[in-house]
Ligand binder design. Structure first.
Ligand code: ATP
Ligand code: MG
Length: 391
């Protein structure tokens, strides 16, 4: 029968942590594969095996499984008995489907009682393929590889191996709230934290009704893409325009962007508290724009003392970020034209170096609590789920 075998990196996984990791990974895989026609998802022997009913959508299931955080790679093949003849026949079938000119057989045993050692399995199965297809054995750079994994009393034979994202299963590292603009960086920052096992929620600040709804459409599309990996995404939409108007009226223009940011941080902090998120995440990268100097970042964070802010892209080059955005599939959406709220009343020359005292001084004439409260009163929350595959 058709089967998938999902592998993960075991390094650093010990004791109860490991149990929690495997349990979460198994649950997430089940969720990701809903509707694909699997019959069972089971963990054991350092891997997770998925068995399918007949006529299941195995290929799409494999693609979905290979996006789940924590999965290092996915073998796509069949479950057979630990029997040389059955294993050889299946390996041959997989090879014959698209005959390679060169191939390798790689058997691996873990806690299996099977009488034959890996080496002799390789030889017997290899000979059979060679005889039937006339392909040559090449252990260094084979065009195709037949993998045979024996564990317990089971064997999975596969030829196709998909690369997964690696990392840790979604949810094992607690919850975080990402400040999501419509740009290139913040979706990548969210993805990186999610890769490390954080369950990421999103908050977006929009300028409606002074801007058009394009930034909201944009972040919805971005969260939908990120939901392919995380399986679920909660997006909080917060109107910022009124707060921005207050800032424009009562504070010096060169500090506007810093004050917008400090306001966003305060709102995000309150929201994180309410949602049980333990940290905020942003897409800042050092020196990229005026608001991302060390001085300005420090002045921004000073608005929310005691709250952890992670900036996973701080030391990354724009090119690296673009590369990752392309790989995870957000780049194209991020580069669509959209109206960000920060362009509202944008000053001609924003400060590149400010400090906490200057920011606090500029806020003296503002009723911060009222601004935060008003913005949160306009909060709208949308939940995204990976759609079940339709039979
Ligand atoms: P990005 O590509 O993520 O938009 P950027 O390089 O354009 O980042 P900034 O516009 O300075 O940089 O924004 C820095 C960070 O502040 C963003 O990565 C994001 O985390 C947050 N941010 C900016 N604008 C918004 C917004 N409208 N809503 C939510 N978060 C925002
Ligand atoms: Mg931006």
């Amino acid at each position: 029968m058709d089967a998938l075998v999902a592998h993960y990196h075991e390094i650093g996984l010990k004791g109860r942590n490991r149990d929690f990791f495997e349990e979460t990974l198994t649950r997430n895989l089940k969720r990701a594969l809903r509707g694909t026609g699997y019959s069972r998802v089971r963990r054991g022997f350092g891997r997770v095996v998925v068995d399918f009913k007949s006529h299941a959508q195995v290929e799409e299931a494999a693609v979905r499984a290979a996006r789940v955080f924590g999965v290092a790679n996915v073998g796509v093949g069949r479950r057979v008995a630990q029997d040389l003849d059955a294993m050889g026949e299946t390996a041959l079938e997989l090879m014959a489907a698209q005959p390679p000119s060169s191939f390798a057989v790689r058997a691996r045993r873990s806690r299996s009682q099977f009488e034959h050692k890996s080496k002799s399995i390789n030889e017997v199965v290899g000979q059979r393929i060679k005889d039937a297809l006339g392909a040559t054995v090449d252990l260094r750079q084979p065009e195709a590889t037949a993998y045979l994994e024996l564990f317990g009393t089971a064997c999975i034979v596969y030829r196709t191996k998909l690369q997964g994202p690696g990392g840790l299963p979604s949810g094992v590292s607690g919850k975080m709230l990402t400040l999501l603009s419509g740009g290139i960086d913040s979706p990548v920052a969210a993805w990186r934290m999610a890769l490390r096992g954080a369950e990421v929620e999103f908050v977006h600040f929009h300028g409606q009704p002074y801007t058009d709804p394009s930034s909201v459409r944009q972040v919805c599309d971005l969260v939908e893409i990120l939901t392919r990996y995380q399986l679920r995404g909660v997006l909080h939409l917060v109107p910022l325009a009124d707060a921005q108007r207050e800032i424009v009226t009562h504070a010096p223009s060169d500090l506007r962007v810093i004050l917008y940011r400090r306001t966003m941080m305060r709102i995000a902090q309150a929201l994180a508290h309410e949602r049980g998120a333990q940290a905020l995440v942003t897409g800042d990268s050092l020196g990229q724009v005026a608001s991302q100097t060390v001085e300005n970042i420090t002045a921004v964070d000073a608005a929310i003392p005691g709250t952890q802010v992670f900036r996973p892209l701080i030391g990354h080059d724009k090119l690296e970020i673009i590369e990752l955005a392309t790989r995870i599939g957000t780049y194209e959406t991020s580069t669509r034209k959209h109206q960000d709220c920060c362009v509202l009343f944008e000053p001609r020359s924003p400060v590149t170096k400010t400090n906490r005292e200057a920011a606090e001084g500029a806020e003296a004439n503002l009723d911060i609590d009222a601004m935060v409260g008003k913005a949160l009163a306009g909060l709208e929350t949308r939940v995204f789920e990976l759609p079940d595959l339709q039979p």
